[in-house]
Design a protein around this ligand. Structure first.
Ligand code: FAD
Ligand code: SF4
Length: 523
């Protein structure tokens, strides 16, 4: 069967002969820092001009974490240098340039006039908002972004013909299409998915690896000074700043992950520890989403580790599934369902985002720890996002749009195409179950099992009711009660609805009253 997805490496379009074309302005965006970007492959370095611009409109449409801003600006400046060294004429507009208009469109117009050019070429942006804007620009050609395994039109075609959309089905297609971890037409190890092996809690007293740090070079130092001066009202600690900012550094960081963390990546993927922010996670989404790493090259390197016997299959499969499965799947859903997807609110959640999501000032130790590390590192791993900050918001009925803006702002790897479906679909079930087969709702018992947070908490994770009861316990039953009609139709949640219905009316009333009392204080 021919599948509507791209495969393997990405062929570049043939170079265009200079005599046939007039020179163009090639706009490269801050998350397009890849030498094999379609617009660069289609351009001609002998005559075209590359424009890169730091603009206030993009830097401030949400209050992006200051480490995220520093990373993007520094990586852009480094990439511009690399393009110059590769023979491109690069026009780079800094944020503090007094003539900077503050918008991409304004900078494109200024650059066209400056270089006496009439046409712009760009690779499609990753966000719907920007796509709409750029489609309205005069004399601008947009090329597909082929840095993904599946193309977005192919995904939409595949998705719209299906009754139910499940990541697992899509993932199997991607495995077959890429050949990753395949033995002939069958999955290596006889199973597609080893997720059941990947749910171990971790011990807090063992040594843990850490992502590779990189001391800021002069380019990054200059950026750090600029961000400190111009974005002091944005969220997050700017320093210590230790992220990779070039492709070479990002590749070193990934090689370090392969050597130190991949082996145990699978087993402890869902674990959370107070003193270990990264556990065995890769800390690569920030680099990958900006274009500094290539998803298929990463997956092939992981497969090589497994084939060489250096890492177990559950770890290799777990990692590859996140990249060619979840990452591609959420992108497909984003482009297929935007713009309406952003406004989804199937569970009618309207509570404002509590202030403690920004300050971390809460007696709930799990939330305090996850928010503190988010402020420090612009990072929390998947389970912290899904089962702590996301789970709390889901149970408390926080407005999914406010929550989306928070996730988009606070994580260094956050771009709308990947963040929005994870928030609206996976974490908040606000799309009514399009992306996830069930709401990721859990009581305190889950957090207690998978973390060491509860020992440090003002609440008692074992208490089910009363003023000291873990708020996740109270809110969990309120959530089940509130959505019991919808949840009773979901085979993976119906059992919890039946359990709720077996509670005595007095117990039900007490649980709901205690949960309401907690929410009344929350605001
Ligand atoms: C509410 C919520 C918001 C999220 N927002 C973002 C976001 O803005 N940007 C982002 O890249 N990821 C997001 N994720 C997915 C995931 O949490 C991050 O990709 C991951 O934590 C990044 O850390 P890491 O590089 O150490 O990943 P690892 O745990 O080491 O995983 C390896 C890689 O797999 C990919 N991956 C894993 N899970 C997902 C997923 N669900 N969706 C897409 N890619 C995935 C990432 O590229 C990641 O780098 C979000 C998840 C949730 C629940
Ligand atoms: S007791 Fe509840 S609120 Fe406190 S850390 Fe545990 S799960 Fe979080």
């Amino acid at each position: 069967m021919e599948l509507p997805f791209r495969t393997g490496s990405f062929p570049s379009p043939p170079p265009i002969a200079s005599e046939a074309m007039s020179p163009r302005l090639i706009l490269v965006l801050g998350d397009q820092l890849s030498p094999d970007l379609s617009s660069l492959c289609a351009g001609d370095r002998a005559i075209d001009v590359v424009l890169m611009a730091e603009v206030m409109a993009e830097a401030s449409y949400v209050r992006h974490h200051r480490k995220k801003l520093a990373f993007v600006f520094s990586a852009m400046r480094h990439f511009a240098e690399e393009l110059r060294q590769a023979g491109w004429r690069v026009d780079y507009v800094r944020l503090d340039n007094p003539a900077n208009t503050g918008t991409l469109q304004g900078e494109v117009q200024r650059a066209l006039a400056r270089h006496r050019l009439g046409q712009t070429l760009a690779t499609e942006p990753g966000e719907w908002r920007l796509m709409e804007t750029m489609r309205g620009w005069d004399a601008t050609e947009l090329l597909p972004d082929d840095r993904f395994v599946a193309d977005r039109h192919g995904f939409a075609q595949w998705a719209q013909d299906r009754k139910g959309l499940r990541m697992e089905h899509f993932y199997r297609l991607m495995r077959r299409k890429t050949g990753l971890l395949m033995v002939g037409d069958q999955p290596a190890g006889g199973q597609w998915n080893f997720d059941m092996d990947n749910r171990k809690p971790a011990k807090s007293n063992v040594a843990m690896p850490r992502p590779l740090p990189f001391p800021p070079d002069p380019i990054t130092r200059e950026v750090l000074d600029m961000v400190a001066g111009r974005f002091d009202d944005h969220f997050g600690d700017l320093e210590p700043f230790w992220f990779a900012t070039t492709r070479a550094e990002a590749e070193q960081a990934f090689a370090h992950f392969l050597k130190t963390s991949l082996r145990d990546f699978g087993a402890y993927q869902d674990a959370m520890l107070r003193d270990h922010k990264f556990l065995h996670h890769a800390f690569v989404a920030v680099y990958l989403n900006a274009g500094l790493l290539d998803p298929l090259e990463m997956c092939r390197a992981v497969e090589t580790e497994w084939r060489a016997g250096r890492v177990p299959l559950n770890s290799a499969e777990g990692f590859i599934r996140q990249i060619i499965g979840w990452r591609e799947f959420v992108r497909g859903v984003y482009w297929w369902r935007m713009p309406g997807y952003a406004a989804s609110n199937a569970l009618e959640a309207h509570r404002p985002l509590p202030e403690f999501y920004w300050s971390g000032d809460t007696p709930m130790a799990c939330l305090r720890a996850c928010i503190a590390q988010t402020r420090e590192e612009a990072y929390a791993h998947h389970i912290q996002r899904l089962m702590v900050t996301g789970n709390f918001a889901l149970l408390a009925g926080i407005d999914p749009h406010e929550l989306h803006e928070w996730y988009l702002a606070v994580y260094a790897d956050a771009y709308e195409w990947v963040e929005l479906p994870n928030t609206i679909g996976m974490s908040q079930f606000a799309d009514g179950g399009l992306l996830a087969s069930k709401p990721y709702a859990a009581s305190g018992a889950y957090i207690h099992r998978m973390s060491d947070y509860c020992g440090d908490c003002a609440y008692d994770v074992k208490a089910k009711a009363g003023p000291r009861a873990c708020p996740f316990n109270l809110l969990y039953w309120r959530f089940i009660a509130r959505h019991k009609q919808r949840l009773s139709r979901n085979p993976r949640m119906a059992q919890m609805v039946r359990t709720w219905e077996r509670f005595s009316p007095e117990k039900q009333a007490q649980l709901v009253n205690d949960a309401d009392a907690f929410l009344a204080v929350l605001g």
